[in-house]
Ligand binder design. Structure first.
Ligand code: SAM
Length: 282
């Protein structure tokens, strides 16, 4: 395991992932009943944006830093920027909140989060971050195994975020699909969000077909490309597939994704995509 998210925190892929994640939480909060969240690959929870890792790649400068200075953005983007700002109380952007931090910030006192992380240093940092938050449990374990061990929760509603490092892309896909099939069987009422990198489109086709065939009500896909998806060498964009998306998630995201594509573009080929891999009843 060589992957360290600190090199990538706040890049265009994090922007997409976290905008979608917070839109899902917002929808869950429309009902008063508590929800449960499982973050299978949580990372360390907070990243320094001026540390040696972030400076080395400069990825955040082409991501969160481009958005932070702008006003009048669509509500899902504003909500995300507000959440990032909340983690930087002094003003200047020095820290970037990872998915468990964003989830914890957005959750109510009645909601619960379990965040799993396998890499020991990252897991220790994660544990320290949430030591005093009774709503959050951190576990230094394999996130895929956690799906089996922790689902179904006592809550009926909630979400699972699967955000693996894709160090070997072809090996990650079958593990994700197996975890989703297992999760859906154990907790059919949950929403499941899977982040995936886009380098060359063609390598994703089989995975998309398999996702669309999983036994759930519906499958929504949201993508953000900052460049053309035809080079295997760079992260040209990324996507989130959401199984059993919360009510009106598609409408929430429809106005936000094209704006993100325009603002985070690296050339003329930037674009966004929002479509159903499968709709309810089909
Ligand atoms: C893309 S990062 C997660 C970023 C985080 N979800 C966020 O949005 O802020 C993937 C993380 O998964 C961890 N990891 C790798 N394999 C894992 C596994 N089998 N189970 C749990 N965590 C794993 C890596 O150490 C890394 O911190």
């Amino acid at each position: 395991m060589n992957y360290r998210h600190a090199f990538h925190a706040g890049n265009h892929a994090d922007v997409l992932k976290h905008v979608v994640l917070l839109a899902m939480v917002e929808s869950l909060k429309r009902k008063s009943a508590p929800f449960f969240a499982l973050d299978t690959h949580a990372g360390r929870g907070r990243y320094l944006l001026q540390g040696e890792h972030s400076d080395k790649t400069g990825e955040a400068r082409a991501g969160i830093f481009r958005l932070m200075v702008l006003g009048k953005l669509p509500p899902p983007v504003q909500r995300y920027l507000k959440a990032v700002q909340a983690d930087n109380p002094v003003g200047a952007l020095v820290a970037y909140p990872g998915s468990p931090m964003l989830l914890a910030q957005a959750m109510r006192p009645v909601d619960r989060l379990v965040a799993c992380e396998l890499q020991p240093d990252e897991a220790r940092a994660l544990e320290a971050l949430f030591r005093h938050d009774a709503r959050v449990a951190t576990q230094a374990r394999d996130g895929y195994a956690a799906v089996k061990a922790l689902l179904p929760p006592k809550e009926k509603r909630g979400l699972v975020l699967i955000d693996p490092p894709y160090e070997a892309q072809e090996q990650e896909f079958p593990r994700i699909l197996a975890a989703l099939a297992d999760g859906l069987q154990r907790w059919p009422t949950g929403s499941y969000a899977v982040w995936y990198p886009i380098k060359q489109r063609v390598t994703l086709q089989h995975f998309m077909r398999k996702l669309a065939a999983l036994p759930c009500k519906s499958v929504l896909r949201a993508e953000l490309l900052v460049r053309a998806d035809d080079s295997p060498l760079r992260l040209n964009g990324s996507g989130m597939v959401v199984l059993n998306p919360p009510y009106k998630l598609d409408q929430e995201l429809a106005g936000a994704l094209p704006v993100l594509a325009r603002l985070l573009a690296d050339g003329d080929a930037a674009e966004s995509r929002l479509d159903w891999l499968r709709r309810e009843g089909e």
